[in-house]
Design a protein around this ligand. Structure first.
Ligand SMILES: NC(=O)c1ccc[n+]([C@@H]2O[C@H](COP(=O)([O-])OP(=O)(O)OC[C@H]3O[C@@H](n4cnc5c(N)ncnc54)[C@H](OP(=O)(O)O)[C@@H]3O)[C@@H](O)[C@H]2O)c1
Length: 330
């Protein structure tokens, strides 16, 4: 698997990573045995950039990774996140917390659950509008000095926040949603700011939360209790409009002789050597298919054809329900 460099501090990751969130959180159908086998297979295939967060569960996702990685911690680049506040009862509060005393407690909890003495990449998951970013990032810089964290990142932040955080402690990666259906970072200044400052970019949900695979055509295709049932993009008229675009993307994949998911991932990979997407799956079958995308090269003509059917802003419906949308781009 190709290795890519994120940022100017020396972080090297596999070009394709593995998003572990859905193994225990947000998406229905938990199967710990298959999830463990998927992580092990990922390592075999060289997909060693693993993504989790304290909030996924909460805590169960980090615990799952910790148990699989026992004795083989050094074979992976481990990324986790803090900031979606978890209360003393171990449940999410629905708030964001960027206070230094809070994050100092969170990193110690993450290290214990992951069974390691350091995290390779530690992200601020959401920006706390009530705490100056310099305060949060001052404390993050201290975690690097203490050796608990090797590299720092931020998720879903606005350009000015990225700039101020990076000026406080060097930032290696920005993680934000980015796919053929969610190209906002191309025109809201986020990608341009990363490039100007030499910060790597990690697209999350690069398969459009599974939509671009073509396997979800009705809201009812999603398991009971699945988070996506509440996502505006997977409902009503927006879903119908998105399916029309999807059919055109699928036709391009067929012409190329690759699966729709491979086309979607190859497109993200083609956006630059400073980009390392983290497609999520809890199945070996999908993981193997997705890893194949690393060998798919898109020609200029193919990229142009994709551009025609899936330009910036093509998706219908917001990517989160209203309350969660307000927590983005702070
Ligand atoms: N920073 C943030 O705020 C944030 C937000 C969301 C996600 N993330 C991170 O990004 C990672 C990836 O995002 P995501 O999981 O939301 O979305 P995604 O990678 O776009 O899609 C994942 C979905 O696609 C399905 N899938 C994967 N490969 C497939 C294939 N070859 N064929 C058919 N279906 C396939 C998965 O199914 P199965 O699960 O059934 O295998 C899952 O339902 C997450 O795991 C998480 O680590 C970060």
């Amino acid at each position: 698997m190709e290795q890519r460099t994120l940022g100017g501090q020396g972080l090297r990751v596999s070009a394709l990573g593995l998003g572990c969130m859905g193994m225990t959180f947000a998406y229905g159908g938990q199967d710990d045995t298959e999830s463990r086998a998927t992580i092990e297979r990922a390592i075999e295939l060289g997909v060693t950039f693993l993504d989790t967060a304290d909030m996924y569960g909460p805590h169960t996702n980090e615990e799952l990774l910790g148990s699989v990685l026992a004795g083989r911690r050094d074979e992976v680049v481990l990324a986790t996140k803090f900031g979606n506040e978890i209360g003393p009862d171990g449940q999410g509060t629905g708030r964001v917390n960027g206070r230094p005393d809070y994050l100092r407690g969170q990193i110690d909890g993450s290290l214990a659950r992951l069974g390691t003495d350091h995290v390779d990449l530690y992200y601020q998951h959401r920006v706390d509008p009530d705490v100056p970013i310099e305060e949060t990032w001052g404390a993050l810089g201290e975690l690097v000095e203490a050796g608990k964290v090797r590299y720092l990142g931020i998720s879903e932040a606005a350009p000015d926040t990225i700039r101020r955080a990076h000026a406080t402690a060097p930032m290696s990666a920005v993680q934000t949603e980015y796919s053929l259906f969610t190209r906002d970072v191309e025109d809201n200044g986020v990608l341009a700011t990363c490039r100007e400052l030499g910060i790597g970019f990690v697209p999350y949900s690069p398969i459009g939360r599974g939509f671009l695979s073509g396997t979800i055509r009705r809201t009812e295709d999603l398991p009971e209790g699945d988070w996506r049932r509440n996502s505006p993009r997977f409902q009503g008229e927006a879903l119908q409009a998105n399916l029309r675009v999807l059919d055109e993307v699928n036709a391009l994949a067929e012409r190329k002789g690759v699966t729709p998911t491979q086309l979607a991932l190859a497109w993200v990979l083609a956006q630059g050597s400073d980009v390392a997407p983290i497609p999520g799956t809890k199945r070996r079958r999908y993981l193997e298919e997705n890893a194949g995308a690393a060998d798919v090269t898109l020609t200029a003509e193919e990229l142009e054809a994709i551009e025609k059917v899936a330009p910036v802003g093509v998706a219908s419906g917001e990517r989160y329900p209203a309350a969660a949308m307000r927590m983005l781009h702070q």
